[in-house]
Each structure stands twice: as C-alpha cells, then as structure tokens.
Design a protein around this ligand. Structure first.
Ligand SMILES: [Zn+2]
Length: 407
C-alpha cells in the first residue's frame, strides 16, 4: 500500500505552527486574522505548486482541486485552519495538512484517480472570533442564515462581512460545495479527548457525532443582608442551584458511562459578598450518541421540583443537536484501511462538533480521528505525535483512493 511521506508531514506541521505562534507551543489564529491569512497564503502556494486549481466561495471556503476525468464529481478532504485563542497546532489544521500530504503523495507518486480530488479549508470553524462555530459549512448547507452571519462581530466591532471582504478570499457563491460537484468528504481530526491514547489506539473510526442538549436553569430567591438575615429566613438562590447541581451529578452518574455532562457556565446575582444571591443561573451540557440516554437525562431534569430550598426553580432548553451518523460505506473503508496498514483502531463517536457533521446532510461524509496526547485540546498543550499524524494521513489517502475506485 502506498504511504505518505513522514518528513513532508513533519515539515507541514512545523511550517503551519508558525502562523499565529504564541511562543509557548501553541497558536492564536482566529478566523480571517492576519495569522490565518498567512496560513491560507502558504496553503494556496503549496497547492498551486502541486498543480491544483484554487477556487473560493462567498464564505471564503477554499477548494484546491487536482483535476480528474471530465464530468465526474470531486472527492473532498480537509478541515479548518483557524484556532481558538491560545489554541494548539493540531485542531483543524491537521485535517488540512494530512489532506494536503495525501494530495501531494498522489501527485508525486503519480497515483491514478478518476475523480477530481479537492482539499478544502472551511472558514471560521471555531467561532472564536465571530460566533457561531462551524459558520461557513453551516451557511452553505443551509443551517445558518448568511445575512445574520455577515453581521456577526468580533470584540473590536469588526463584522464578519468586513473581515471577509478584506481577506481577499471571498469568491462566488457558485463555487460552493454542492452534491452535483462533490461526491464525498473525509475530515481527519484530532480526537480532542483521551480515549484513543489511553487505549493505545492509532486510528479512531468515527461513526458519527454525539447528540447533545444544553439546558439553562434559573433559581430565584430573595436578596437580603448577609449580616442580619438568620439562616432559617433565607431564600438563597445559590444554595438552591448548588443542591440541584449535586442532584444532577448524583443521578446522571447512574446512567451510561459514555455520557458526558458539564456545568460550564454559572452566574450569581447580585454577586456581592455581603448580599444573599437572589438569582442564579447555570447551564448543563450533556452528550451521548444514543437518543435514549439523552431522554433519560431529560427525565432527570424534569424531576427537579419547582421549589428548591425555598427558591423558585425553572429550566429551559437553550439548544440541542441530534446524533449525526456518518456514511457507513466510508466508515467501513476507514476501518479496513487501518487494519490493512496494521494500525490499531476502534469505532468512536465525536463529542465535539465538526464541519463534517453539516456537510454529511448534503454529501456522503465521514471522519478519521487520531490520538490527542493526554486528551488536551483547545490549549497550547495540544499534541499528536508525528507518527500518528502520518498514520492518519495514510488511512485518509487510502480511503480517498477506495472511494475513487469504487464509485
Ligand atoms: Zn476542529
């Protein structure tokens, strides 16, 4: 089986780690920032050198294509090149660089292929500068309203539209990914969790993306003086919230061990050390691949009484997403190829969201995961050993070739 070049893989990772380098082992490469534009320029330079044709669409998604036979739709692979603030050198960009390395291998090894092969960069996956996350894959798949997205502003008051126009990468809407022009997407990504490394697995065969719910809870009590109000008269909204968080943990821990849940946001009003809090809000994010387990989470939420520690308790769904299932034929190819290369693999569901989960509604799609050291991600410690990146690129390349051959 043909393999990618590990030295070239190393060079790609090292080169792109310079764009937005924080000097502490990570990058800050917010979408369409100067650092992101440098990365895009280097990407386009390398693609052109390989003889690829570059197009961008109206959301500045980049499509770099190796030509194939006339009239056949292209096979896409890629991910995003933007990062969160003080993020790592692997999230997103590794999917772009492994795709670029696979394309480079096809060119240098003169591997025959029928379909055009496209390496894609999706704009603003992180939503770290302009909310929401997965903005551009969301717009072109009809999930988000483009005008609303264009009005999204960063902390400096710059709109996404202004950044898009200034970037030089805004192209025609007619260049967007459509099922007539593209037949498949493969996205390689770091796992962003500890499971693969923990189990000494090389390749995560991604079956889909976990469904999730996000609920906001509100507790209303009475603000009173911290020094004069005897304990028995208090309606302390923070105490009620804490009791409820404890209840949720106790009950949710009894459910399936693959369930993950988080209270990541909490606010207390008036948040003054001499005042009993009268209003506290917190969120609960819960994720699992099986909708039945998510239903069990909802039952636990519904069992919260209307009054907790003399405070009014209420909750509402902030947002949710159904479990996404990737394309079975491609999942099988990834598994087969990992096996044929002699790499260990296991099937896995993604907890985080990825562009691929939007694209899969339009064209057949799947993902490949590679391990994250100690599970760290969205931080400067994010790391995947070179050999794992290279193994991922090999599986990606072979899977693209299988799709080409069998369609
Ligand atoms: Zn990512």
């Amino acid at each position: 089986m043909v393999t990618c070049n590990i030295d070239r893989m190393d060079d790609k990772i090292k080169t792109f780690s310079k764009f937005g380098d924080t000097g502490r082992g990570g990058i800050t490469r917010l979408s369409l920032s100067p650092a992101a534009l440098e990365a895009r320029e280097e990407f386009c330079r390398r693609c052109k050198a390989l003889g690829m044709e570059i197009k961008t669409d109206d959301m500045a998604n980049i499509y770099a294509t190796l030509p194939g036979e006339d009239g056949l739709p292209a096979i896409m692979m890629g991910s995003h090149a933007d990062s969160v603030k003080q993020g790592g050198n692997y999230d997103g960009i590794l999917g772009v660089l492994t795709a670029l390395e696979a394309a480079e291998t096809i060119v240098t090894e003169k591997i025959p292929h029928k379909h055009p092969i496209t390496v894609v960069i999706w704009t603003n996956e992180e939503g770290a500068r302009f909310e929401p996350a997965m903005m551009s894959s969301g717009v072109i798949t009809g999930k988000f309203d483009k005008d609303v997205m264009l009005a999204s502003t960063d902390t400096e008051g710059v709109t996404f539209k202004e950044a898009l126009e200034a970037s030089g990468y805004m192209g025609e809407a007619s260049n967007r990914m459509t099922p007539e022009k593209y037949m498949a997407l493969l996205e390689l990504h770091i796992e962003q969790g500890p499971v693969l490394e923990d189990e000494k697995i090389d390749i995560g065969v991604v079956e889909g993306v976990c469904g999730m719910i996000n609920y906001e809870f509100t507790f209303v009590g009475q603000a009173d003086h911290a020094g004069t109000t005897p304990m028995k008269y208090r309606k302390d909204a923070l105490y009620a919230a804490v009791k409820t968080i404890q209840y949720l943990h106790d009950e949710l821990d009894k459910l399936d061990s693959k369930l993950v849940y988080t209270t990541g946001k909490i606010s207390a009003h008036p948040n003054i050390h001499t005042v009993i809090p009268d209003m506290v809000k917190f969120t609960l994010d819960a994720r699992h691949q099986d909708p039945e387990v998510i239903n069990q989470v909802l039952e636990i939420i519904k069992a919260i009484p209307k009054v907790v520690e003399k405070c009014e308790a209420s909750y509402k769904e902030a947002w949710s997403r159904k479990t996404v299932h990737y394309y079975p034929e491609f999942i099988d190819y990834v598994e087969k190829n990992a096996k044929e290369f002699g790499y260990s693999s296991r099937r896995i569901y993604s907890g985080p969201g990825h562009d691929a989960q939007f694209i899969t509604d339009v064209i057949p799609t799947t993902m490949i995961f590679v391990p994250s050291k100690d599970g760290h991600s969205h931080c400067e410690k994010e790391f995947t050993p070179l050999e794992n990146c290279w193994k991922g690129a090999n599986v990606l390349l072979q899977t693209i070739l299988d799709i080409d051959k069998n369609n």
